[in-house]
Design a protein around this ligand. Structure first.
Ligand SMILES: CC(C)(COP(=O)(O)OP(=O)(O)OC[C@H]1O[C@@H](n2cnc3c(N)ncnc32)[C@H](O)[C@@H]1OP(=O)(O)O)[C@@H](O)C(=O)NCCC(=O)NCCS
Length: 420
C-alpha cells in the first residue's frame, strides 16, 4: 500500500556554500556515499574544486538541527555538452545528499528546486545527473535520456582481426594527451549529450589511477582514433576495463579492437564501455560478446531554459519553417526556470531561432505541446515525438509541426561517457 506523503516542513533557505562549509559538506557527503573525510590528513582538500557551484541548507535552520552541520547539500558542475554540432552549458548535479538526521522532511525537493533555479541563473540551459534513484528526480522534470552499457568481449574474437593498412599505434603520454583530447572533441562534436570534458572540471594531464591509452595515427602522423583502459587484476577473467574505443571510421575501430586482441596472452576478456548504439558494435568481429552483469548506469537530463537549449544546436541546412512550441512544467513552482512557456521556434540557413511568442503574426506550421518530461527527452536530440508518446509522455502536435520538430532534432541517440 502506498504511504501517504509526510507533512512537509516550511521552506528552508538554500544558500551558496563556501570554503568554510567544505568540511561540513565533505563529512555529510562521505557519510552518504561512502568513504571518509579527515581534514587533518595530509593533502586533504579544503575547498570545493573550481568549476562548480555548491549549495546547501544549514541544519540550524531546521527544527532540532545543530550549528555547523549541513542538513543538505549538492554541487552544480558547470559542464558543456555536445548538441548535434553545437555546444550547450549543462549543470551536472553531483554529491546531492540530505543528512540522515533530516531525511524524510522534504529537504530533497527544496534543494533540487533551488539547484534547477541556479542552473538557469548561471546560464546552463540543461541539467544532467546519474541517478541512483531515478524516480525521485523524475518528479522534478528529469528524464532518463541515455544509459551506458558495458560488454564483456572475449579476446579470442579480437585476435582474428587482420592488420589495418596505413595505421600505427602511439603511446599516450603527457606529450601526446593533447592530441587525444583534440580528437575526442572532434569525434564527439556531432553527438548528443557527450561531455566536452574541459578544464577546470577535467584536468589537462593524464587521468592517472592506472589509466592507459593508445592513439591510432596514419603514416603522416594524423590521429584517427584512440583506445583507453585500466588494467584489472583479472581474477574474474576480465583483465582490462576499456573506457573508450573511438575511431573516425569502421576500419579505425577495427584497428583499435585488434590492438586489444594483443592482451589475449594475459587475460581472456575485456570489459568495454559503450554508448547507446555505439558504432563499435558494428566493428566487433565475433558473436561472443555478452552484457556485463553489473548495473546499467542511467543518465537523466532536464531542460532548464528551452530557448537556450534550442538555440545551441544548428538546424539541418535544408530545413525551413516555424512552429509554436508550448512546454508545460508542473514539477517546479512557476518562475523557477525558463523551461516552461510558449515559444516560436524557427529554422533557416542552418540556424535555429527560438523566443517566447509575443503575438507576432508569423506563418506557423502548427503547434506542439510537450510536458517537461517530453521536452527533456526531445530537446537533447536524437528522439522523436512518437518516442515520447511511447513513454506515455505528453507530446501532441499538428502533423506538419511534428514533422518539422522531428527533423530539427534528428541525430544520434544521446550518449554520455563521463570521463576519458
Ligand atoms: C535520497 C535523499 C537525497 C532523499 O532526501 P530526503 O530529503 O529524505 O527526501 P524527501 O523527504 O524530500 O523525500 C522525497 C521523496 O522521495 C522519497 N524517497 C526518499 N528516499 C528514497 C529512497 N531511498 N527510495 C525511494 N524513495 C525515496 C520519499 O519517500 C519522498 O516521497 P514522498 O514525497 O512521496 O513522501 C536522501 O535520502 C539521501 O541523502 N540519501 C543518501 C544519498 C543519496 O542517495 N543521494 C542521491 C544520489 S542520486
Amino acid at each position: 500500500m502506498q504511504q501517504p506523503a509526510r507533512p512537509r516542513l516550511f521552506r528552508m533557505p538554500v544558500r551558496d556554500l563556501t570554503a568554510g562549509d567544505f568540511a561540513a559538506y565533505a563529512s555529510m557527503s562521505s557519510g552518504a556515499f561512502g568513504g571518509s573525510y579527515d581534514p587533518t590528513a595530509p593533502g586533504a582538500p579544503r575547498d570545493f574544486s573550481p568549476g562548480q557551484t555548491p549549495l546547501g541548507i544549514d541544519a540550524s535552520s531546521v527544527p532540532g538541527g545543530l550549528d555547523g552541520v549541513l542538513a543538505a547539500g549538492a554541487r552544480i558542475r558547470h559542464d558543456r555538452v555536445a548538441l548535434g554540432g553545437g555546444v550547450v552549458g549543462c549543470g551536472g548535479i553531483a554529491g546531492l545528499a540530505v543528512h540522515p538526521a533530516h531525511r524524510g522532511d522534504g529537504l530533497f525537493g527544496q534543494l533540487l528546486t533551488a539547484v534547477i533555479a541556479r542552473c538557469d541563473a548561471e546560464g546552463l540551459p540543461l541539467s544532467m545527473l546519474y541517478p541512483s534513484n531515478p524516480a525521485i528526480y523524475r518528479r522534478f522534470g528529469y528524464q532518463v535520456v541515455a544509459r551506458t552499457e558495458s560488454l564483456i568481449v572475449p579476446l579470442v574474437d579480437l585476435q582474428r582481426l587482420r592488420p589495418v593498412p596505413d595505421r600505427r599505434l602511439v603511446p599516450v603520454t603527457e606529450q601526446t594527451m593533447p592530441r587525444l583530447r583534440e580528437l575526442y572533441h572532434r569525434l564527439s562534436a556531432h553527438e548528443n549529450a557527450m561531455l566536452r570534458r574541459e578544464a577546470p572540471l577535467f584536468e589537462e594531464g593524464l587521468p592517472g589511477g592506472g589509466w592507459s591509452a593508445l592513439l591510432l595515427e596514419d603514416l603522416s602522423g594524423t590521429a584517427h582514433g584512440y583506445v583507453s583502459w585500466t588494467r584489472l587484476d583479472g581474477g574474474d577473467g576480465v583483465g582490462l576495463e576499456v573506457h573508450e574505443v573511438l575511431g573516425r571510421t569502421r576500419a579505425d575501430r577495427i584497428a583499435l579492437l585488434r590492438s586489444l586482441g594483443s592482451w589475449s596472452t594475459v587475460t581472456e576478456n575485456v570489459r568495454v564501455r559503450l554508448r547507446p548504439e555505439d558504432p563499435l558494435l558494428d566493428a566487433l568481429p565475433g558473436g561472443g560478446a555478452r552484457p556485463d552483469p553489473g548495473p546499467v548506469p542511467l543518465v537523466m537530463m532536464r531542460v532548464v531554459d528551452t530557448v537556450g537549449a534550442l538555440r545551441a544546436r544548428p538546424a539541418p541546412p535544408s530545413l525551413t519553417g516555424a512552429v509554436r512550441l508550448v512546454v508545460e512544467d508542473s514539477t517546479v513552482p512557476p518562475g523557477t526556470c525558463r523551461a516552461a512557456g510558449t515559444f516560436v521556434v524557427s529554422a533557416a540557413d542552418g540556424r535555429i531561432e527560438a523566443a517566447p511568442e509575443e503575438g507576432e503574426d508569423r506563418v506557423l506550421l502548427g503547434t506542439i505541446r510537450l510536458d517537461i518530461h517530453a521536452a527533456s527527452l526531445l530537446l537533447v536530440g536524437g528522439r522523436s515525438l512518437a518516442d515520447a508518446r511511447r513513454l506515455d509522455l505528453t507530446a501532441t502536435a499538428d502533423p506538419a509541426a511534428e514533422t518539422f520538430l522531428d527533423a530539427l532534432l534528428a541525430g544520434p541517440r544521446p550518449g554520455v561517457l563521463d570521463a576519458f
